[in-house]
Write a protein of this length. Structure first.
Length: 512
């Protein structure tokens, strides 16, 4: 497709802002689901008779299907049509949620969670790639991705609040049923208002070897990190999963460099700006997922907060993310280079994380946790916004779905790594502290309970130090690898080094 001149105003889809409402609603549903089930898990486990050994599969079944099928889902969206993939993904997600809410046993619950993950893998890249091809003016794109970035960043914390309310005042099943109205409204609205740009589909035949290798390789990687959390890093099956993942993903890269119509064209991955986004965002998510886990346990177990109160305790982070994304990131995106938002954003988040290394059993929420969350939210919101926009920046529209899938893949793999890695570090530090204070811990009573709580907090603080370093590394990567300049205001979004010599996003005319 040849390079076009600046897109005339008439080429813009008049329904694009209405479409954004339904795309954002669907994204909120998917992000909410990642945390809302965590709050409901203890109640669901009791009702369904799920063993302690198998309860992690309620989370893992979703993560494996979602993480393993994302690239496949992205390419299906490119080939089949993003609107079609989006609507089918929503309907499938709603049906899977209904199945989960009606589950009468362990097998039905795990099957429903795997189906949710599979349809989520179709839905998520379709949503992001629709934004990429519908919003082409730099200022409008900044606003649209600001809203999307705020939801992607803050939706997980909203899930903790909603999950707490539904579990405490209704029933755990409503954490599944709540997805159904979200999905129906988003699907009906999307079908009515979304019109894809003509000529943006990828009609190439599907790369079946690529699908098999990428799916099995990513499943092995996510499962390896998930298993490491419970069985340890030296466990035989854990090591085997990592080895298998390396071999499968290595074979995938080799196949993609040889086949005529690859599932993931290497040009999508290797362009330095997009590569910098995938890497820095994946690392940042490692830090954030670990923090959600530690703060949830700290507030509930150490401070004695209820599930609802814990959810509300995350509100400052949500507010910071929304402010950072919509007021800082979106306003500055058209004025400064993206790396000058992402680098300082991740660094500000690292400062917020640094405050949390001072956690103690008696730490004050207003004096320590609240300001730390505000800094984290502001930093991540500021960085997320340009990151989401750059993920499909300069890519051929026919590759928009799979480029979008790579963002979700980096986040999903980052989340799995973060939960396993930081939890393992925390557990080791807690064990070491208890060993050093064995006599006091054995005493029992209030003194023994205090030592137990101090050991937990010591573990959290140790892991949070690692999270500080990871966020600092994200900042350095963003500042080093991302070299594109500010977008060309008034015309198509400039790539600053996209695929090949064509430095502009190729924007097809909207089909009427």
């Amino acid at each position: 497709m040849s390079k076009t001149a600046a897109t005339p105003p008439l080429a813009a889809d008049p329904s694009r802002w209405k479409a954004l409402v339904f795309i954002a609603l669907a994204q909120l549903m998917v992000v909410l689901d990642a945390t809302i089930v965590n709050i409901a898990l203890p109640s669901a486990q009791t009702d369904l008779g799920i063993s302690d050994g198998n309860r992690q599969w309620v989370i893992t079944a979703y993560a494996l299907a979602f993480g393993g099928l994302l690239l496949f889902g992205g390419r299906i969206a490119d080939k089949w049509g993003r609107k079609n993939a989006f609507v089918v993904g929503l309907i499938g997600f709603a049906l899977a949620s209904a199945l989960g809410g009606a589950a009468n046993g362990e097998a039905m619950m795990l099957g429903a969670r795997a189906l949710q993950g599979a349809f989520g893998a179709l839905l998520a890249p379709a949503a992001l790639s629709l934004l990429a091809v519908m919003f082409t003016d730099a200022k409008e794109r900044a606003k649209a991705f600001g809203i999307y970035g705020a939801i992607a960043g803050g939706g997980g914390a909203v899930g903790l609040i909603l999950g707490g309310f539904l579990t405490e005042y209704l029933n755990w099943r409503w954490t599944f049923f709540v997805n159904i109205p979200f999905a129906i409204v988003a699907a009906v609205g999307a079908w009515m208002v979304i019109r894809e740009p003509a000529g943006s589909r990828n009609r190439a035949p599907l790369d079946i070897p690529g699908v098999v290798l990428s799916t099995t390789g990513l499943v092995a990687l996510v499962y390896g990190f998930t298993r490491a959390e419970s069985a340890g890093w030296s466990d035989g099956l854990t090591v085997a999963m990592f080895v298998a993942s390396a071999l499968l993903l290595g074979a995938f890269v080799l196949v993609e460099s040889k086949v005529k119509s690859p599932l993931l064209p290497l040009r999508v991955l290797l362009e330095r700006n997009r590569g910098g986004v995938y890497l820095s965002l994946g690392l940042a998510v490692i830090a954030m997922f670990g923090l959600f886990l530690f703060l949830t346990y700290y507030l509930q177990v150490v401070k004695g907060f209820s599930p609802v109160k814990t959810g509300f305790a995350f509100l400052p982070m949500i507010a910071g993310m929304i402010l950072g994304s919509t007021q800082i990131g979106a306003r500055l995106m058209t004025r400064v280079a993206p790396r000058l938002l992402m680098g300082p954003g991740f660094l500000l988040a690292a400062v917020g994380m640094l405050l949390l290394t001072q956690l103690e059993v008696g730490s004050s929420y207003p004096a320590l946790i609240l300001p730390a969350q505000l800094l984290l939210g502001l930093g991540m919101g500021t960085a997320f916004m340009p990151a989401m926009s750059l993920a499909t920046h300069g890519v051929n529209p026919a590759d928009a779905g799979v480029a979008s899938a790579m963002v979700n893949t980096s986040q999903q793999v980052g989340g799995a790594i973060g939960t396993a890695l930081l939890n393992t570090i925390a557990a080791s530090a807690t064990t070491a502290y208890l060993t050093d204070h064995a006599a006091e811990a054995a005493a029992g009573g209030p003194a023994g309970q205090l030592i137990q709580a101090q050991a937990m907090v010591e573990g959290y603080a140790s892991a949070i130090w690692w999270a500080v370093g990871i966020l600092a590394a994200s900042s350095v990567i963003a500042l080093t690898l991302i070299t594109t300049g500010r977008p060309n205001v008034g015309g198509p979004v400039a790539s600053g080094g996209g695929d090949g010599a064509d430095a502009e996003l190729k924007v097809p005319v909207i089909a009427h």
